[in-house]
Design a protein around this ligand. Structure first.
Ligand code: ACO
Length: 335
């Protein structure tokens, strides 16, 4: 292991979403809701729902393959794969091991990271530290979720919000510390764990006839409280990160926030005094894809040329835990 701190950058991006589109109209045929309610409260018009062959590892592998190709690397050059997910294919082995096998990656480090919707920013912190320390040269960081598997499709207050998908980036050594990944900051507060959680399926409430009858294997959320916390902690961590790196909010070219609800993003934009037009939003087409949301948005922003070389980019995440995080990137390549 080298003792130098290596700069870290993003070498390639990729994403993959299920083929099946479920519109608000389609949902309103099975639950007591409407397109008007969903769109006005969230900004969501449709989401993707995985088919039987679209597991979290399969979508993650597809996104990962695209990111490795975009990086111009061979699978043999990937030293580690980190899969950020709260909907792994199974409790063990890790989804990262399944992705490693599907992509034919070297038999080196592979593990899952669980920080719910903040997973990708947490993963960025861990992957960057591994590269900075010289432990690994190239890390495949995947955010992949099959949230449809933990949704109570009879609960209108949650089922309209989420969708499935995956995004991935390949991280490697950059040229300078003020390029690529400039800084990452994360936070957590377990005292609010029950604002957003799934009570069953873990070791405290294993699957049983009773737990299934009590619908304990589905996500539960206090939407209003989650909304309030999301805005406050994302604002605070964004300002802390910018201050630490001497960056003024006016210098930010693009904000890629966790795609949960346009009203959260709009409120955040006002509080941060960064115009909403600088926020990349694709939640209208995917809903909340949890740990996949930011890398999926990054890949779309790159393909749409909203994210261009030389731009200063702020990532903002929030999720169950509660967890949150922010990252500052100078997008690689020449202006
Ligand atoms: N269709 C129609 N009516 C609905 C629906 C629906 N899909 N869902 C709820 N309602 C009703 C409620 O029953 C309630 O009716 P009532 O007044 O008769 O009791 C009314 O609409 C208002 O419900 P609220 O929950 O107060 O609605 P609110 O304006 O707070 O919006 C929402 C709900 C959209 C969930 C909002 O609170 C929100 O976006 N919260 C943040 C959620 C979030 O981002 N979670 C993800 C975090 S990331 C992670 O880690 C997974």
């Amino acid at each position: 292991m080298s003792t130098a701190s290596h700069p870290v950058t993003i070498l390639g991006t990729g994403s993959s979403v299920p083929a099946r589109v479920v519109t608000n109209e389609e949902l309103s045929r099975t639950v007591d809701t409407s397109h008007e309610w969903i769109y006005s409260r969230t900004g969501i018009t449709e989401r993707r729902i995985a088919g039987t062959d679209e597991s979290a590892s399969e979508m993650g592998a597809r996104a990962g393959r695209a990111a490795i190709e975009a990086a111009g690397l061979a699978p043999s050059e990937i030293d580690a794969v980190i899969a950020c997910t709260m909907t792994p294919d199974m409790p063990f082995p890790s989804t990262a091991c399944l992705i490693q096998q599907k992509l034919g990656l070297p038999t080196r480090t592979a593990f899952d990271l669980q920080a719910a919707c903040s997973g990708f920013v947490y993963g960025l912190e861990v992957a960057s530290a591994l590269i900075q320390a010289g432990v690994h040269r190239h890390v495949l960081l995947v955010g992949t979720e099959r949230i449809s598997s933990i949704i109570d499709w009879t609960d209108r207050s949650t089922c309209v919000l989420f969708g499935d998908g995956a995004g991935a980036v390949v991280l490697g050594r950059g040229v300078a510390h003020d390029q690529g990944v400039i800084g990452v900051k994360t936070g957590a507060d377990g005292s609010d764990a029950k604002l957003l959680f799934m009570p069953g399926g873990g070791s405290s409430v294993p699957a049983s006839a009773e737990s299934i009858a009590a619908r304990q294997h589905f996500l539960r959320m206090n939407g209003r409280e989650v909304f309030k916390h999301a805005v406050l902690v994302m604002e605070e961590i964004a300002l802390d990160l910018l201050r630490e790196h001497g960056v003024l909010r006016g210098e930010i070219d693009l904000v890629i926030p966790h795609q949960a609800n346009f009203r959260i993003i709009d409120t955040l934009a006002s509080r941060l005094e960064i115009p909403y037009s600088k926020f990349f939003v694709n939640l209208d087409r995917y809903g909340n894809t949890s740990a996949a949301s930011i890398p999926l948005a990054i890949d779309e922003a790159v393909k749409a040329e909203r994210l261009r070389p030389g731009q200063l980019v702020l990532l903002l995440a929030f999720g169950a835990g509660l967890t949150w995080g922010a990252a500052l990137l100078r997008w690689p390549g020449n202006k």
